[in-house]
Design a protein around this ligand. Structure first.
Ligand SMILES: [Cu+2]
Length: 196
């Protein structure tokens, strides 16, 4: 008997088809591992919900693809927060994230972390914006590059989302929805927490 040889592959293909059918037009072309990213989901219902949420977290703007915008929930009474995401430049020309605006924060800056002379990691504003070189993916993540929210108007609450407008030098501007994860989230909530 040599009938169904690759059941797992078939399942992945089915999941891909499902995700593609559920996604907004043109938004789902870059998923690499949709089935694996939600593999921990306990039920079929959760799986579908996660795929839908994940599909909605992928944005296209010209040659740019913005994936998985997320923030950590506010801890304590601090009025600072940050937004993280992966930005891929699929084009032939370099671009640059030059600004971001959101109603949830009065001041928004583009930051990175670097070691100071005493060996302490400190945040600082990136002069001139964050370069997004042609053909590369730039990942904004905790401990690295981030969109800094310096004056939060409201606490960031886990499970909620807020709109964030990103302004690029070449591609222009786009509003994305930022998903708020836990206070120590290292990835967008819909993509699962793997705590690596
Ligand atoms: Cu910062």
């Amino acid at each position: 008997m040599s009938t169904v040889v690759f059941p797992r592959t078939a399942a992945v293909a089915a999941a891909l088809t499902l995700a593609a059918a559920a996604a907004p037009a043109g938004a789902c072309g870059l998923h690499e591992q949709p089935a694996q990213s939600v593999a921990a989901g306990p039920s079929a219902q959760t799986l579908v919900a996660a795929q839908l949420a994940h599909a909605h977290q992928l944005y296209r703007l010209g040659d740019l693809v913005i994936e998985g915008p997320f923030s950590r929930a506010s801890a304590g009474q601090g009025r600072a927060g940050a937004a993280y995401m992966a930005i891929t430049n699929t084009g032939d020309a370099d671009d640059r994230l030059i600004a971001a605006v959101t109603e949830v924060s009065t001041v928004v800056e583009l930051h990175t972390h670097s070691m100071d002379a005493q060996g302490v990691m400190r945040m600082r504003e990136v002069e001139g914006g964050i370069p997004i070189p042609a053909g590369e993916t730039v990942t904004l993540q905790p401990g690295g590059l981030h969109v800094m929210l310096m004056g939060l108007e409201t606490r960031l609450t886990e499970g909620e989302t807020y709109p964030l407008t990103l302004v690029f030098e070449r591609a222009g501007r786009i509003e994305v929805l930022v998903s708020i994860g836990g206070v120590a989230a290292g990835a967008p909530p819909a993509a699962g927490h793997d705590h690596r």
